[in-house]
Design a protein around this ligand. Structure first.
Ligand code: M6R
Length: 607
């Protein structure tokens, strides 16, 4: 899930490569590198760590040339060192790679036996040596690239630069996305449209198995069978402008504060406010009046799906199965007679979610994508799409994308309820009115920041934290725990409050704070009993609740985070805010890298 850029240009390549890599850091940021052709010779600069380190190296040792490739890495094989950073090169070829070459050991052995010397611990380096191997046999760059690509097993998006070939750049994809940017007398390769967006708005997405041979003025695309094919050119207007933090200290903070707007924007997309009805886009044959639905995603997107499971069951009476994409894809799940499938993803590029979507398609299910990045792979491959209008999310920890997913899924639940006849028009109007209150309630919830910041200071000293929630707030507890561990590196677990006594209660002691997501709703009394159990064992309770809930827990809670009173339907949207702020300020107190936490990447395009 690394970021790739290739430029066959007319202006100095190195600054442009870095410019593109800045937009790709969300795909990985543990090392970066660029290679250009200087008078026909391959020259490289690489650095471990953030892109800023590579910029420093380039400032000290600039690279000339107008043709080049660049890479930002999320390590799979080999530590995040300079030596393992891409591009990997021989004297004839430099490559950048996104994905995993599964047969790299066998290829490496074969190439070593043929006398080739390897200098990294990566799987990717075999690609450079394999292409060189075929060039040494007298093949042209195109022939050598095709021959090498045919021998690669696994997933890859690659860009290849050839020594002495100022007019050729080759890209290939299988399992990992690759886009071609068509400029004015220039051509570009990118791991997504965002990579090439600083240079052109005309983008062609390669299909599985495609190889693209670029010159400055033409693109030849060969499909998996070696047949020359045409691929559609899209106009991609998104992502041209670099996103700024504004007055905020971190992107995550900015994104948390954008939520009244992003939720409002997403809801408005699906609501006819005048008639108080949900209006959905064309569903491409997805029948909402089905017997059952499956909802798939990873991480935060999966938790959004878990919330939607409660909504769909309660509002639309439809049987719903939710799963993590990486499990679902290998389970060989069976489906009832009529079912539709929903795939939730901010990036639209998550490898496991995409594989799950393809599994459902192969098994005859209609697919519906709840996606934030337009024209991403999941967006394009689904039968129908429900865009989330969160705008670019830069912080690795997902915040505004999550509430935008909840907004779209809430609208979907109402639409399914109508399609299945479980909702009367009056019920629909009431739910729509309630949903439209969410932006205002979120803005109110943001008002708890000063109190949350104080609590976070204390929380930052914890080693373990438990999160509890019931019903629709159980996935919010899971999301709260995920947020905290991602950015503060504090161990946290989310549990269904009722499950506490079946094991996790053994963890309760004075040093383990317990965060409880507990609005004063129909299940509050049940959760209150669980809070009593924690209190009786000396546990420290941080309770996120409304005024009525606060009155009930004032004796036992160490801290109360006040949220606005709201209808249970929109409560998951509203209660997402305090758990995000709590994680954010805890990380700030700990001094971690909030926007780019260690070991993570924004978009996970490998299995
Ligand atoms: O782009 P996606 O929504 O498909 O990404 C799924 C997960 O990787 C993502 O939600 C991840 O869990 C976030 N870092 C959570 O904050």
């Amino acid at each position: 899930m690394c970021g790739i850029i290739g430029i066959l240009g007319n202006a100095p390549a190195a600054p442009r490569l870095v410019e593109a890599l800045k937009r790709l850091e969300y795909r990985g940021y543990d090392s970066a590198g660029v290679a250009t052709l200087e008078n026909g010779a391959i020259k490289r600069r690489r650095a471990a760590g953030k892109l800023a380190n590579l910029e420093r190296v380039l400032a000290e040792e600039p690279l000339a040339g107008v043709t080049g490739i660049g890479h930002t890495r999320w390590a799979t094989h080999g530590a995040p060192t300079t030596g393992n950073a891409h591009p990997h090169a021989t004297d004839k070829v430099a490559i950048v790679h996104n994905g995993i070459i599964e047969n790299f050991r066998a290829l490496r052995e074969e190439l070593k036996n043929a006398g080739r010397k390897f200098s990294s611990e990566t799987d990717s380096e075999v690609i450079a040596h394999l292409i060189t191997h075929y060039l040494d046999k007298g093949q042209s760059p195109e022939q050598a690239a095709i021959a090498a690509v045919r021998r690669l097993e696994g997933a890859f998006g690659i860009a290849v630069l050839f020594a002495g070939e100022e007019v050729v750049l080759i890209g290939a994809r299988k399992g990992s996305p690759l886009a071609v940017g068509l400029g004015d007398g220039e051509m570009f390769l990118g791991s997504d449209a965002i990579a090439v967006s600083p240079f052109t708005t005309r983008v062609m997405f390669l299909d599985e198995g495609d190889i693209a041979v670029l010159s400055r003025t033409s693109v030849k695309v060969l499909d998996a069978d070696g047949k020359q094919v045409e691929r559609k050119v899209h106009i991609f207007a998104g992502g041209v402008a670099a996103v700024e933090k504004g007055n905020h200290r971190h992107f995550m903070q900015k994104e948390i504060y954008e939520q009244p707007e992003t939720v409002g924007r997403t809801i408005t997309r699906y609501v006819n406010a005048f008639e108080e009805r949900i209006e959905m886009p064309d569903f491409g044959g997805v029948d909402l009046n089905a017997e059952s639905a499956v909802i798939i995603g990873c991480g935060t997107a999966h938790y959004a799906g878990r919330v939607a499971e409660y909504w769909l069951e309660q509002i639309a009476g439809i049987s719903v199965e939710t799963d993590i994409a990486s499990e679902f894809r290998y389970r060989k799940p069976a489906f009832g007679k009529s079912a539709f499938s929903v795939f939730v993803s901010q990036s639209g590029e998550t490898a496991d979610t995409l594989a799950a979507l393809r599994y459902c398609k192969d098994n005859g299910l209609k697919t519906l994508a709840v996606v934030n990045v337009p024209e991403s792979t999941i967006w394009r491959e689904a039968d129908a799409r429900l865009p989330t209008l969160a705008g670019p999310e830069i912080g690795v920890a997902s915040t505004k994308a999550f509430t935008a997913q909840l907004s779209a899924l809430a609208a979907l639940a109402i639409a399914v309820g109508r399609a299945r006849g479980t909702l009367s028009s009056d019920d629909e109007r009431r739910l729509v009115r309630t949903l439209m209150e969410a932006p205002r309630l979120i803005a109110e919830a943001l008002g708890a920041e000063p109190e949350i910041e104080k609590i976070a200071q204390e929380l930052s000293h914890a080693r373990d934290v438990l999160y509890l929630g019931r019903g629709v707030h159980y996935p919010i507890a899971l999301e709260g725990a995920l947020k905290l561990k991602e950015i503060s590196y504090i161990h946290a677990e989310g549990y269904a409050a009722g499950e506490l006594k079946h094991g996790p209660i053994a963890l309760i002691d004075e040093a383990t704070p317990v965060v409880v997501v507990a609005p004063h709703d129909a299940l509050f009394e049940k959760t209150l009993s669980n809070m009593q159990e924690v209190n009786a064992r000396g546990g420290k309770l941080i309770v996120i609740t409304d005024a009525a809930g606060a009155a009930a827990v004032s004796e036992i809670a160490q801290h109360i985070i006040l949220a606005p009173a709201c209808d249970p339907f929109v409560a998951p949207l509203v209660y997402s805010i305090p758990i995000q702020l709590l994680a954010y300020f805890t990380a700030v107190h700990k001094g971690t890298d909030v926007d780019q936490p260690r070991n993570l990447a924004k978009s996970v395009t490998v299995e």
